[in-house]
Design a protein around this ligand. Structure first.
Ligand code: SF4
Ligand code: F3S
Ligand code: FES
Length: 249
């Protein structure tokens, strides 16, 4: 038999809502998503929450727990004090559909805007060959589960709706970095593209995205900063500058 604990859950839709109070049974080993399921089973059958794998791999159950962007299925109840109230709210950066479910289509639009991998001409699928060292270089970025917690956290869009058109966000900076490190990607200069079209310049490396990433991807250190440094190098390196001047004549 578990113990009763106090929860506060945001309920509402695009027209508005409110935080509601609930006392719910909590058992040993449970995660926040278990509590949401118990609420649905016992008190609020119409409470909306998106989830799928309950294993930290599908990226669906993103929510804010005591103000921190987290996966509901990976947040153990044992991480809170026994008498602590746990407040569960929807992701703040994206429009609410209902209760804990938000419309994350901003991210799909940014995904569509990111130019796809393009192999060199004349190389057919099945003929792609790359060194293991090159595979490993970008492996970290491929762990992304597209939970969008990093996108939700970044202040560039969290506090500034007006930046959304110009800023792709950390999830798509790691995609740009991954393709930039791919030896067979021949489409274009991903760093320059990130700077010119994905809003890389808006990022002031606060690292909040890295802090919330459930896959522990070093978004800022391993993707954003190296891309920024190389863009700056290229822009201000006197030799590159001279080369460009001569080339342009
Ligand atoms: Fe989630 Fe991390 Fe991918 Fe961002 S980079 S979407 S936080 S897994
Ligand atoms: Fe935003 Fe991450 Fe940069 S939180 S400001 S993209 S370091
Ligand atoms: Fe899949 Fe939480 S339900 S990550």
């Amino acid at each position: 038999m578990g113990t009763k604990r106090h929860f506060r859950v945001w309920r509402g839709d695009s027209s508005g809502g409110e935080i509601q109070d609930f006392d719910v049974e909590v058992n040993e080993g449970e995660v926040v998503l278990d509590i949401i399921h118990r609420l649905q089973a016992t008190q609020t059958p119409d409470l909306a929450c998106r989830w799928n794998c309950k294993a930290g791999k599908c990226g669906s159950c993103s929510m804010e727990i005591n103000g921190m962007p987290k996966l509901g299925c990976m947040t153990r109840m044992s991480t809170f004090e026994e008498d602590e109230t746990v407040t569960i709210t929807p992701l703040r950066t994206f429009p609410v559909i209902r209760d804990l479910v938000t419309d994350v289509s901003f991210n799909y639009e940014k995904a569509r805007e990111t130019p796809a991998f393009a192999p060199p001409e004349g190389v057919a699928p099945g003929q792609y060959r790359m060194q293991q060292v090159d595979v490993e270089r970008s492996q970290e970025f491929r762990k992304c589960i597209e939970c969008y917690l990093c996108q939700n956290t970044c202040h560039v869009v969290r506090d500034h709706e007006e930046n959304k058109t110009a800023f792709s966000g950390p999830r798509f900076f790691i995609r740009a970095a991954e393709l930039d490190m791919h030896p067979l990607d021949a489409r274009e200069d991903r760093k320059e593209y990130a700077q010119a079209h994905q809003g890389l310049g808006y990022c002031n490396i606060t690292k909040c995205c890295t802090e919330v990433c459930p896959e522990h991807i070093k978004i800022t250190d391993n993707a954003i900063i190296p891309m920024k440094e190389r863009v700056v190098d290229r822009r201000y390196d006197p030799l590159v500058w001279l080369g460009r001047k001569i080339f342009r004549r």
